[in-house]
Ligand binder design. Structure first.
Ligand SMILES: Cc1ncc(COP(=O)(O)O)c(C=O)c1O
Length: 379
């Protein structure tokens, strides 16, 4: 028997979040003329910890899938995904182009080295590409000064049959917290890509949930949005809950109490005694620790739900266990149900905020040793 811990992945919630994101984006941008946007469902990092196969099933209505690991892309094709797949970082080395060609993957092109790789390739079918512009993220992409030259070099490859369709893309650095910085990135994008044909792809989750942002994209060409975190029911914004955005948690991390005890005033709890009881109290030990992916730096007071009652973490998280306050749950016993985050518990964003991180990190970090339960239908 496995330890009493599991992560439930809800395919209906993943589906719901995809539909909610599409509806939100279409509604927020209803006034803009031109074709409706297409969606790259971003499933990198094992679908933000939710599993590639689950994502392939749940996001069947997306127009494409986006990731960066070639093995994950191949898994999608082997699972039967026949629509486009975008590699967000493109080829890492020339040999990757053979995989890209064989599995008909769409490649981001963000550097001169990648153009040189394309120039040396003789694919069976032309490569579809998105050419990335650095508008201020300063991570990947051609600078505004380089961009049109890079685009022209790839256009030559298109004419010689090495490249098929050409799109343009950029990535926002502060779509979650700075409309001004995002507006400046859009201004640069509009200016540099002006008149270049091909689809645009600019919006992550935060931008997809920002009213009116799309209208400021000048081209009116087909748009592929690239939402990630919102599809998993977490929020890209510090001050806007996923629930208020109409999203449902797609991962629920559950465990059980394996021990309950009463401690006197003055007793220290766990490694380092970073919590000391100020009065007699009841505490419980949960079968979940940092080796399961629960953050070790979660402080005293981090929210947790026991038997449906919200309570708090006490003391330092151990490798395989953590300790909670049972004073608010007097009926709790060994075997009582604990929700660390997700449905019926605190949101992953609340836990992340308590730990000074973001929901993304917690979702991606759930350890392989945690058994996954796949919920396929509405419960
Ligand atoms: C290039 C690119 N596009 C889209 C996304 C999706 O972002 P989010 O999960 O914030 O929606 C990411 C995530 O880091 C990314 O790197």
């Amino acid at each position: 028997m496995p330890r009493p811990i599991s992560a439930t992945i809800s395919l209906p919630s993943l589906r719901h979040n995809l539909a909610a994101t599409a509806a939100q984006f279409n509604d927020a941008n209803a006034l803009r003329p031109g074709p409706k946007p297409k969606i790259w469902a971003v499933i990198k990092a094992n679908a933000y910890g939710h599993g590639i196969h689950n994502a392939v099933q749940a996001f069947e209505r997306a127009d494409g899938l986006a990731m960066l690991d070639l093995d994950e892309a191949v898994q999608c094709r082997e699972a039967g995904w026949s629509k486009p797949i975008l590699l967000l970082e493109g080829a890492f080395r020339a040999a990757d182009l053979e995989v890209i060609d064989h599995y008909s993957l769409t490649a981001t092109v963000h550097s001169a080295e990648q153009i040189a790789m394309l120039e040396g390739a003789r694919p069976a079918a032309p490569f579809d590409v998105f050419v990335k512009l650095n508008t201020g993220m300063n991570r990947l992409g051609f600078s505004p000064a380089e961009y049109r030259g890079a685009y022209a070099r790839i256009e030559q490859l298109r004419q010689s049959g090495v490249v098929g369709s050409m799109g343009k893309m950029t990535h926002f650095a502060r779509a979650d917290d700075s409309p001004e910085v995002t507006a400046e990135q859009i201004r640069i994008y509009n200016e540099v890509t002006h008149g270049l044909p091909g689809a645009d792809s600019v919006c992550n989750s935060a931008a997809s949930f920002t009213r009116g942002l799309w209208q400021s994209l000048a081209s009116g060409l087909p748009q592929w949005i690239r939402p990630g975190i919102c599809l998993y029911g977490a929020s890209p914004f510090a001050a806007r809950s996923a629930q208020s955005m109409g999203l449902l948690p797609a991962m629920t991390l559950r465990a059980e109490l394996i021990s309950v005890r009463d401690i006197p005033a003055g007793a220290g709890v766990g490694y380092g005694h970073v919590f000391t009881a100020s009065a007699p109290m009841r505490i419980g030990v949960v079968a979940c620790g940092y080796a399961d992916g629960y953050p070790r730096h979660a402080p005293n007071g981090t929210p947790v739900v026991v038997d449906g009652v919200r309570t708090r973490l006490l003391g330092r998280v151990s490798m395989d266990m953590l300790i909670v306050d049972l004073d608010p749950v007097p009926g709790a016993r060994a075997g009582s149900q604990v929700v660390l985050w997700g449905e019926g518990g605190p949101s992953v964003d609340e836990v992340a905020a308590a730990c000074g991180t973001i929901g993304y990190e917690l979702l991606c970090a759930v350890a392989p040793r945690v058994p996954k339960i796949i919920e396929k239908d509405e419960s």
